[in-house]
Ligand binder design. Structure first.
Ligand code: DP6
Length: 323
């Protein structure tokens, strides 16, 4: 009968960043990346293959047209190709966090879509195949197929580029200091394209990133959160340096972004294990130990009036939910 499936996937925050593609169509990254899947910020997506004349997409109850729908439709073409079907689909997707505010909704979104669409199309994919499929929708989505600490090895072609879960020797948490929940002006897709094409710092960041990943993994294995956190913060700020040096420059930072970064620095001076990371937006995420997450959030909250700080723990893999 007509296939329908519902899946849930959670956002992930990169600790070592993905920034820049080697192949735009296959979404092959220039660098490997490392992330933590969160327990909040989930997307729940239902896909129904119907007899309709075109695909449709509803996001948080609002019917979409234009680029959002085209991107989902191109993704569904890949699923249809794999399943050997031609039916169009109705996609209903709901986020429990703000969409496109640099809070990684494309990661949870395409991970949930990959799982729901492939199941609705009758495909039974392994989690590695799902990760490769989700990658085609949005690079960071390949990591949200898995829970906890996840590494995405860049690979060199469609078959070799996928994410895998890792044991996390140190229980980590991520605080989100929400500077601005609005939609970002430049998509990460466009911003990374411009950075790769024009930043004189980009190749240096790529080179360093490989070293950062291996050093961070060794530090985590050795239980040295201080060493790992220093690398995470440096890798993210280095990525922003590549954007700021692109032409025209891409500056996601707002005045409150700098206030939060300064507070994180002071919290560290006060002895708290906190390191900042940022994605393609003005919000600051703070990597910390699960044990001290509540204390660190409270410390930052009292010093950052009007900037909400939330605590996110390690979250689960993407999963199907029964109707
Ligand atoms: C800064 O995965 O959103 O969050 O592959 O073009 O869809 P596309 O990009 P996307 O980029 C994420 C960039 C980042 C860093 C990261 O999550 O690793």
């Amino acid at each position: 009968g007509p296939g329908r499936a519902t899946a849930v996937a959670h956002a992930n925050i990169a600790l070592i960043k993905y920034w820049g593609k080697a192949d735009e169509t296959l979404v092959l990254p220039r660098t490997s990346s490392l992330s933590l899947t969160l327990d909040g910020l989930a997307t729940t997506t239902t896909v129904t293959f119907t007899g309709a004349r075109s695909d449709s997409l509803s996001l948080d109850g609002e019917e979409q047209s234009g680029e959002a729908l085209r991107r989902v439709s191109r993704f569904l073409d890949i699923v249809r190709g794999l399943a050997g079907i031609e039916q169009h689909a109705q996609v209903d997707s709901r986020n429990d966090g703000p969409t496109a505010a640099g809070l990684a909704s494309s990661a949870s979104g395409f991970a949930a879509l990959a799982l729901a669409a492939s199941a609705a199309a009758g495909l039974e994919l392994s989690s590695r195949e799902l990760s490769r499929l989700a990658r085609r929708g949005s690079g960071s989505a390949c990591r949200s197929i898995f829970g906890g600490l996840v590494v995405w090895r860049a690979g060199h072609d469609d078959l070799s580029s996928f994410a895998e879960p890792l044991d996390c020797p140190i229980p980590l948490a991520v605080l989100v200091a929400q500077v601005n929940a609005g939609r970002k002006a430049i998509s990460s897709r466009e911003a990374m394209r411009r950075t790769v094409a024009s930043s004189p710092l980009y190749e240096a960041w790529v080179q360093r990133s490989a070293v950062d990943l291996e050093d961070a993994l060794s530090a985590l294995r050795a239980g040295d959160l201080g060493a790992a956190g220093t690398i995470f913060e440096g890798n993210a700020l280095g990525m922003h340096a590549t954007m700021i040096s692109a032409r025209p420059a891409i500056v996601y930072w707002e005045p409150d972004t700098v206030r939060v970064l300064d507070a994180v620095h002071r919290a560290r001076d006060a002895g708290l294990p906190v390191w900042a990371t940022m994605d393609a937006g003005p919000n600051v995420k703070v990597v910390t130990s699960a044990e001290l997450a509540t204390e660190a959030a409270a410390w930052l909250s009292t010093r950052l009036e009007n900037i909400p700080v939330s605590v996110n723990c390690c979250g689960p893999a993407a999963r199907l939910i029964s109707e």
